[in-house]
Design a protein around this ligand. Structure first.
Ligand SMILES: [Zn+2]
Length: 648
């Protein structure tokens, strides 16, 4: 096994003490009543399921030497046939998920399977380093002809991430060598020289992957190539115009109408609003922070802070979902957040988590962690069924009963994205700096941190997200003075903190939503947090038309919803008076164990309406019990309607 402490991310950033590095998931053990069963399902059901889907659809065989595409294929966008030009990315993301799983729960059978798949990929690589099944077999004459639409660099990015993950998890360099050769080849094709292409991907992804490759190999040219792709983006004359003309196409006929779709409408430093395809945006912004973190790229952090502010104050759902429209799989206009038609792609919420985690490395600020947690526990977790084998691509906030998770999709980007996030979940819980140990998320288990060269182990005990009590036992190797930062979530109005049973005042200790306690820590010191979780009724900004006259229920980090199977009346007839009492109760047998919220609402009465469609006085009402379940858990029982926003 590779020494995971040897990587930059786990060094505590000796060069820049202001940085907060995530603690790698290999240094984190999760032993949590909420998450452990979900992560076990991810290992035992989701990862094998995704492999099986990749196998059955031909994605694995497509790397084989004798593979031939379906002769029925005539157009690039006939997604109902086989193959599709982003197939390689699905296999790569499965590999990444499998490798992370191997790193924490070694499984010799999975290890062998991973080696077999990698051997197939390696033999598919061209002598010049090129590696892409679509442009090898289906469309070999069109290599690098359409960066705007054709996902070539996107697939390369995911393969690079898989190569780095495999190396980190197993110490084996088989896939890392393949992706280094591919990256070297790409580095020759793209760049500022006259004989190079001055392009960049329509779908960002390779930018953040190249930074990972740089960290894994120490090769500066990968970082430079990432920087080139980010800095070249959106410059005039526009590369996507140029390559369209080279193909003989009129750039004005671009189906998406303008380059906001791929965040290439302006140079990245001039962008002030989140626009376009939401997943593309999140991957691009993540890479921008990766580069900002290298200290020598000015302006990128400030741009991302502005974009973050715009996203979270004008274009984000209450569930942490982002991207309103299925037209562009992305953003529309400010406050345009309809519920039933919400796109809120799973990958976009996962991308938000990637971006938030990177922002936290520059600024330990709960505004990032709160959104990360909101997306994780709601818009992301809703995307997977309790059996781990059915998935939402879209995560709407209301349903008429026809939206259900599917085992697979023609474009199955979301399932393996979930699998790789969950198998590396440990990486989002803690952070470390030269002077501080940081707890971002409250998940029971252990983190092994490096603070100023000293190993500090943190043991968390908690029933989060159901209860807000968290005990953190601090075990430095030797007694030592350092800061311990604990997040006070934005949803929590009055937190209590004790050290070894004695109350600690938050006054003067709170910075950016984290309490910082600096003292001479002795092994076994215990910090206890009390984060009360009253049931909150959330109102939406007056300009969010879809939510007016309604409230959403929240308890702790969880957003709640009504599901039809808990109610005798159609959900649209239910009205929750502002004075109605609501109580929370843990139901161990329901949906894997959840806190449900109960109260008495009123139901609009249809008796007395006979054949009237309209009448000059309102319907009568009668009291009716109401039950809300966590949003993430909906569509795991009888199919039916669902709504997050409830009339009040
Ligand atoms: Zn997706």
């Amino acid at each position: 096994m590779i020494d995971t402490n040897s990587t930059e991310n786990n060094r505590g950033d000796a060069q820049n003490p202001a940085l907060f590095s995530p603690v790698q998931f290999t240094q984190v053990t999760i032993d949590d009543a909420f998450w452990s069963p979900k992560l076990q399902i991810n290992r035992e059901r989701t990862i094998p399921h995704i492999y099986q889907q990749c196998l059955e659809t031909g994605r694995i065989d497509a790397f084989g030497p004798n593979w031939q595409p379906d002769p029925e294929i005539t157009t690039r966008l006939s997604w109902g046939g086989t193959p599709v030009m982003f197939w390689d990315s699905d296999v790569a993301k499965w590999l990444e998920a499998a490798c992370y799983s191997l790193a924490t729960h070694f499984d010799p059978q999975l290890d062998t399977l991973v080696d077999e798949v990698i051997a197939g990929i390696a033999q598919a690589q061209h002598a010049d380093g090129y590696l892409n099944t679509w442009f090898t077999t289906v469309d070999p004459q069109n290599r690098w002809k359409n960066l705007r639409d054709w996902h070539e660099l996107y697939c390369a990015g995911h393969m690079i991430e898989a190569g780095v993950a495999h190396y980190r998890a197993t110490g084996k360099q088989t896939l890392l060598d393949v992706v280094c050769r591919y990256a070297d080849y790409i580095d020759g094709i793209f760049g500022p020289e006259l004989d190079q292409k001055h392009g960049y991907p329509g779908h960002p992804e390779i930018e953040l992957a190249l930074v990972k490759l740089y960290h894994a190999t120490g090769q500066q040219r990968y970082l430079e190539l990432s920087r080139y792709f980010v800095n070249e983006r959106g410059r005039q004359p526009h590369y996507f115009d140029h390559e369209a003309q080279e193909r003989g196409d009129d750039p004005a006929t671009f189906w998406a109408k303008n380059y906001e779709y791929s965040q290439s409408h302006q140079p990245v430093r001039e962008q002030q609003e989140v626009v376009g395809h939401a997943v593309r945006a999140m991957y691009l912004y993540s890479a921008m922070i990766d580069l900002a973190r290298k200290n020598d790229e000015t302006g990128l952090q400030e741009v991302c802070e502005q974009l973050w502010q715009h996203l979270t104050t004008k274009r984000m759902y209450v569930t942490g979902g982002i991207g309103t429209s299925n037209q562009n799989e992305g953003f529309t206009s400010d406050y345009d957040l309809p519920n039933e038609s919400a796109y809120a792609e799973t990958c976009a919420a996962i991308g938000l988590i990637f971006w938030a985690q990177r922002l936290l490395q520059l600024d330990c600020n709960r505004r990032y962690t709160d959104a990360l947690e909101l997306a994780l526990y709601n818009s992301v977790l809703s995307a997977i069924s309790s059996d781990g084998q059915h998935f939402f691509y879209e995560n709407p906030l209301a349903s008429n009963g026809h939206h259900h998770r599917q085992p697979w999709f023609v474009c199955p980007c979301c399932p393996p994205n979930l699998a790789r996030l969950f198998s590396s979940l440990g990486e989002y819980i803690y952070a470390q700096s030269q002077t501080d140990a940081i707890v971002h998320l409250y998940i029971q288990g252990t983190g092994r941190l490096s603070v100023g060269g000293q190993v500090v182990t943190l043991h968390q005990e908690t029933d989060y997200p159901w209860e807000g009590k968290v005990a953190v036992r601090v075990v430095p190797e030797q007694p030592g003075t350092f800061g311990l930062r604990l997040r006070i979530p934005g949803w929590c109005r009055s937190a209590g903190v004790q050290v070894n049973g004695e109350d600690i005042s938050l006054t003067n200790r709170l910075a950016h939503g984290y309490i910082r306690i600096e003292r001479l820590w002795q092994p076994g010191d215990v910090v206890t947090l009390e984060l009360p979780m009253p049931i909150e009724r959330l109102s939406a900004h007056p300009d969010i038309q879809a939510d007016q006259g309604q409230i959403a229920l929240q308890r702790g980090p969880l957003i709640y919803c009504l599901e039809q199977c808990d109610h005798a009346q159609p959900l649209h007839r239910l009205v929750l008076p502002s004075t109605a009492a609501l109580t929370g109760q843990f139901e161990p047998e329901l949906l894997g164990g959840v806190v449900v919220l109960r109260g008495t609402a009123t139901s609009l009465d249809t008796s007395g309406w006979k054949d009237a469609l309209y009448r000059p006085h309102p319907p009568a009402v009668h009291p009716t019990p109401i039950t809300a379940i966590p949003y993430y858990a909906w569509d795991n029982r009888a199919p039916g309607a669902m709504r997050v926003w409830i009339q009040t």
